[in-house]
Design a protein around this ligand. Structure first.
Ligand code: CU
Length: 68
């Protein structure tokens, strides 16, 4: 399953890198890319292992707000 997560505006490219690394480390995530300019995370994941809510939690736990 693929999902695009819109976040509040990222302050700098390091924020995008940090989020991308955290998403990629999560069990069930197949691939993740965070687009700094668009403040979007594109995630491919195995929905039997991880839920969209879990993905949102990973981002919010790092201190970033998810808009949609
Ligand atoms: Cu930053």
């Amino acid at each position: 399953m693929k999902k695009t997560i819109q976040m509040e505006e990222l302050v700098c490219p390091m924020c995008a890198q940090k989020i991308e690394t955290a998403l990629r480390k999560a069990d069930g995530v197949i691939d993740a890319a965070v687009l700094y300019n668009a403040s979007k995370a594109k995630v491919e994941f195995d929905e039997s292992k991880i839920t969209p809510e879990d993905l949102t939690s990973i981002i919010t736990n790092l201190g970033y707000e998810v808009i949609g």
